[in-house]
Design a protein around this ligand. Structure first.
Ligand code: FDA
Length: 310
């Protein structure tokens, strides 16, 4: 409950234009703990740096409030440019995209623009042996995202496209089971949006319990799982579950956000677990940054200290 109140308060404050302007005016220096940089090159540098610690990368071009079809297509072009840059730098690209950013919900030439642009992105990623994860957004988008995931999975194969399920939604365990016929590569998260009690568990304990159930169910169905959390108790329980059920260390991976629990990321990699950091980059970093602050007061303190230092 307190978590929800904190998150709501921060997201409400962060949504005020005056606050956004004040934060942006400080330059992007405050965000650099959580965002790799503003260009593909800075993100690629971060990939190389993490590799030294045995940590894999997931590149994410930020940009959430892209309105017109032309902007969506331009955004998809920018993702493709990033795939090209990663390939040229010797990296097998692994990227995440938000379907809303590439036009989901906008019909152009009789087809959903999000699907058209996602196709272009995945086609290029596949050429490079890469992978595209379709991020999950707020609950009104879940149905369409799952339908489009199924379509893209059919066209490009599970080696090249995956998606995300959020444990805070009541519906998610059914959604997971309904995808079993695809043996999909799924990222399991708790969920980052402010959702009403009509669709999402209000209590954190319920979200955490559902998280464990989802990971265990997906593992025991023999599927590859991306365990995307910083929750040490869940990470420990997943390690124990895998050991007890003979799930090998290459049948799943831990995923965490860039700049968060770097110690834990390194320790897990050193212990032989697959670890991937989600590396956001791009000029449109403010909404992403606000959500990270809303997740824990510790991050808000980190930023406040930075502001006070001037
Ligand atoms: P929880 O919030 O319960 O935190 C557990 C502990 O982890 C905390 O006590 C704290 O110590 C630490 N912690 C958590 N967040 C922290 C932070 N920001 N800074 C410092 N410490 C922190 N969501 C979504 O809706 N759609 C998506 O597609 C994705 N994709 C995604 C990819 C990856 C790789 C990750 C890690 C997360 C996402 N998320 C997401 C976000 C996710 O839904 C969730 O909001 C955050 O991961 C925070 O939840 P935790 O699971 O870490 O646990």
């Amino acid at each position: 409950m307190i978590d929800q109140m904190y998150r709501k308060a921060v997201l409400t404050v962060a949504g005020q234009k005056a606050i956004e302007n004040a934060v942006r005016a400080r330059g992007w220096g405050m965000a650099q703990r959580f965002v790799a940089g503003e260009t593909p090159q800075t993100a690629i540098q971060a990939v190389h740096d993490l590799k030294k610690d045995g940590i894999m990368a997931n590149l994410d071009l930020l940009g959430e409030f892209i309105e017109s079809p032309a902007q969506c297509t331009q955004f998809a072009d920018n993702v493709i440019t990033m795939l090209d840059a990663a390939h040229a730098a010797g990296i097998t690209p692994y990227v995440s995209i938000k379907l809303s950013s590439v036009g989901q919900g906008k019909t152009v030439d009789g087809e959903d623009l999000g699907l058209t642009n996602a196709r272009r992105i995945i086609r290029r990623a596949k050429e490079y042996g890469g992978f595209v994860c379709l991020d999950m957004e707020d609950h009104p988008r879940v149905d369409q995202t799952l339908v489009q995931f199924r379509t893209l999975h059919g066209e490009f194969g599970g080696q090249h496209v995956g998606t995300v399920l959020q444990s805070y939604l009541y519906r998610t365990e059914k959604d997971r089971a309904s995808l079993d016929d695809l043996s999909p590569n799924l990222r399991i998260v708790k969920g980052a949006y402010l959702e009403p009690e009509t669709v999402a568990y209000p209590q954190k304990a319920d979200v955490d319990a559902a998280y464990r159930r989802l990971v265990y169910a997906h593992m025991s169905a023999g599927n590859y799982v991306n365990v995307a959390t910083h929750d040490e108790s869940i990470i420990h329980d997943v390690q124990m579950y895998a050991l007890a059920h003979g799930v090998s260390k290459d049948a799943f991976e831990f995923q965490m956000l860039y700049g968060i629990r770097r110690d834990l990321q390194r320790n897990l990699a050193a212990a032989g677990y697959r670890v991937r950091a989600y590396i956001p980059y791009g000029r449109d970093w403010y909404p992403y940054f606000s959500r990270r602050i809303a997740e824990t007061p510790r991050n808000a303190m980190f930023v406040l200290r930075g502001m006070l230092k001037g």
